[in-house]
Design a protein around this ligand. Structure first.
Ligand SMILES: NC(=O)c1ccc[n+]([C@@H]2O[C@H](COP(=O)([O-])OP(=O)(O)OC[C@H]3O[C@@H](n4cnc5c(N)ncnc54)[C@H](OP(=O)(O)O)[C@@H]3O)[C@@H](O)[C@H]2O)c1
Length: 306
């Protein structure tokens, strides 16, 4: 029997387990994918802890995960865009990608370019589409200066590259261990913490045009202090500050489709985007994978391999 990540109640890492499940059957318009890699995301930890129980409740037993890359194992009736054996990148909205076999809507799959590693392919969806939406929302032009908080995290590491691709000047807030990576990717690294406002003012050449916040805890207020227009501030995490100050909250929801996923896969294939892979864990070590992620110091993405 195939194996999958499950949890039966809200809780800490200890509720996560890997169990044998019935082999899923792809219905009309659906595809069974044998998963090679599945990225993990902080939002999944919040769901598992019950922090979103009001807004997005879990039903138990719950699976976990949206991101995936793998090989088509079986297609359901009416599927024409993929065939058995195709290598694909995709996503599911059913919280089920962390599994050996997963059923996915055919329309949520795009081809995996041969030169994109399984790990990068499997980590692309949530972070990639979120970074895409965030960068699009602040409407960058060549020469604009944009600050990104959490600049080397899963979303931030992609957002800074997408911003550089339109020739924006990018200031990335990150811990010192990530400054070299940021510099190598054309980003001006700045340490967060006391004095960050002065450091940004010193580095920005007179003005900050846009701000992308992927960390929360006061960065929306900092962006306003720096004089950034509300229409050019996007936070993917601080919804209370967004409601209070009227800034944007565009993220995964605004770009979660196959067309944008294919565009991002194309950028990876062309070498215009790179997903740093912090670590690859066997699916059996799912607790350890989330333990690391929940420290909130990942560079790029952590990936599970079934
Ligand atoms: N709204 C949406 O659609 C959406 C989608 C995806 C994610 N999210 C949310 O967005 C957040 C980021 O996701 P992610 O996947 O990028 O997380 P992640 O990979 O865990 O990245 C966390 C980053 O935060 C940085 N960081 C830690 N302390 C910081 C501080 N005081 N100031 C600035 N940065 C700090 C870390 O940088 P250093 O290692 O350099 O310290 C790390 O790179 C999560 O809360 C997630 O739930 C929202």
């Amino acid at each position: 029997m195939p194996r999958a990540v499950r949890f039966d109640q809200y809780g800490g890492l200890e509720v996560l387990k890997v169990v044998e499940v019935e082999r899923p059957i792809p219905g009309p318009g659906k595809v069974l994918v044998r998963v090679k890699a599945a990225g993990i995301n902080p939002g999944e930890a919040s769901i598992r802890k019950g922090l979103f129980a009001e807004r997005w409740p879990s039903t138990f037993p719950s699976g976990q995960g949206s991101d995936l890359a793998g090989v088509v194992e079986e297609v359901g009736p009416g599927v024409t865009n993929v065939a058995v054996g195709d290598e694909v990148i995709g996503f599911t909205n059913e919280r089920s990608s962390q599994a050996e076999l997963v059923v996915v809507e055919a329309g949520n799959l795009v081809p995996r370019p041969a030169n994109v590693s399984w790990e990068q392919a499997g980590a692309l969806f949530v972070a990639g589409t979120t970074a895409y939406a965030a960068v699009r929302s602040v409407a960058l032009d060549a020469g604009d200066t944009v600050v990104v908080s959490g600049a080397a995290g899963g979303v931030g590491s992609l957002a800074v590259q997408l911003a550089r691709n339109v020739d924006a000047r990018v200031i990335g807030l990150a811990g010192s261990a990530n400054h070299k990576w940021l510099t190598e990717h054309g980003v001006i690294p700045i340490a967060y913490g006391d004095g960050v406002e002065e450091r940004i003012r010193a580095a920005c050449g007179g003005k900050v045009d846009a701000f992308i916040d992927t960390f929360g805890s006061g960065y929306v207020e900092l962006a306003l202090k720096l004089g950034v227009a509300k229409s050019r501030i996007d936070t993917i995490i601080d919804f209370a500050a967004a409601a209070k100050f009227g800034v944007k909250t565009e993220g995964n929801h605004e770009a979660a489709n196959a067309e944008i996923l294919a565009q991002l896969a194309g950028l990876l294939s062309a070498g215009r985007l790179e997903i740093p892979i912090a670590k690859v864990y066997a699916m059996d070590d799912v607790r350890e994978a989330y333990r690391e992620l929940e420290q909130r110091h990942t560079r790029g993405k952590i990936v599970l391999e079934p």
